[in-house]
Design a protein around this ligand. Structure first.
Ligand SMILES: NC(=O)c1ccc[n+]([C@@H]2O[C@H](COP(=O)([O-])OP(=O)(O)OC[C@H]3O[C@@H](n4cnc5c(N)ncnc54)[C@H](O)[C@@H]3O)[C@@H](O)[C@H]2O)c1
Length: 279
């Protein structure tokens, strides 16, 4: 431990998820007081236990539905009551429904835009006064699918249209807020992961080793392995820490080179089989 987040109060949304859990443990190990929340009580509690077992400091308020304006405000007030300041917000929570533009219902579209675009804005809005006081920072976890649609092969509608649209909106929201808040000393950035081994990836793309999963998750430029939550957590720590004090309005892709290669990994015989089965 080198104390890269020493004494910082860092709020992380959706701490029941695998990426947020790795980020919470990493931030706490580097000296941050982490304040988490989740709509899912069991997963939120598992993360608090994991952080505390590792010797870190973490509070959490759950269950909390951050898509409700009052809950976002309540969470920010909880953090301020505990610690008296907020140094960073990591907007990680997500929930998504739907598939292709043709098939997604209006209800699923609204649900997804609400959870992936409106929710992080509501949370950030509630924290802006405190962030101005601390000259803190905001980090939005976007996705490579926000800047570049597709997961590497034609006809893949599991890369949700509404989700990708919301993530594209996050890239714009982040730059807008970086401009709005820069003069007040608040940094605002996005981090765009490629496909990372998490429980939600397992639900969306199937087990590692199956052709479809291999096809979407294979990094194009670093083929020796797929992404892990810790790869994202390391980048979260960097962007939240003072090492990034001259970085704002930026998007950091952490995707094993997937987007740089055009989002298409090298084709193998397994890929051909997968494509043929979808024709
Ligand atoms: N896993 C990947 O491969 C991948 C790729 C690109 C981007 N991302 C992004 O990284 C972030 C984390 O991904 P993950 O795979 O760990 O996600 P996840 O779905 O496992 O975790 C998200 C967490 O947010 C919580 N949540 C959902 N709605 C909420 C609400 N209304 N209020 C409070 N909490 C709520 C969920 O309960 C869950 O614990 C997300 O922003 C995701 O879009 C992930």
């Amino acid at each position: 431990m080198s104390g890269r987040a020493e004494g910082k109060v860092v709020l992380v949304t959706g701490t029941g998820g695998d990426i947020a859990r790795a980020a919470a443990i990493t931030l706490a190990r580097e000296g941050a007081h982490v304040v988490g929340c989740d709509i899912n009580v069991e997963l939120a509690e598992e993360t608090v236990a994991a952080v505390r077992d590792a010797g870190g400091s973490m509070d959490s308020l759950h269950p909390l539905d951050l898509s409700v304006e009052g809950d976002a405000q309540r969470w920010v007030e909880f953090a301020l009551a505990r610690h008296g300041r907020i140094d960073a917000i990591v907007n990680n929570a997500k929930a998504a429904r739907g598939g292709s533009g043709e098939e997604t219902s209006a209800e699923d579209w609204r649900f997804t835009i609400d959870r992936n675009l409106t929710l992080p804005w509501l949370v950030t809005k509630a924290a802006i006064p405190a962030l101005k006081e601390s000259q803190g920072s905001v980090l939005f976890i976007a996705s490579v699918s926000g800047a570049q649609f597709g997961t590497g092969y034609p006809g893949n509608t599991t890369n949700l249209v509404a989700y990708s649209t919301a993530k594209a909106g996050i890239l714009r929201l982040s730059v807008a807020l970086a401009n709005e808040l820069g003069a007040a000393g608040v940094r605002v950035n996005t981090l765009s992961p490629g496909i990372v081994e998490t429980a939600s990836t397992l639900r969306s793309y199937g087990l590692p080793g199956t052709p479809r999963r291999e096809l979407v998750s294979r990094p194009a430029l670093l083929p020796q392995r797929t992404g892990h939550p810790q790869d994202i957590a390391n980048a979260v720590l960097f962007l939240v820490s003072d090492d990034a004090s001259w970085i704002t309005g930026a998007d950091l892709r952490v995707d094993g080179g997937w987007a740089a290669s055009g989002g298409v990994g090298p084709m193998t015989s397994g890929d051909a089989e997968t494509l043929a089965s979808r024709a």
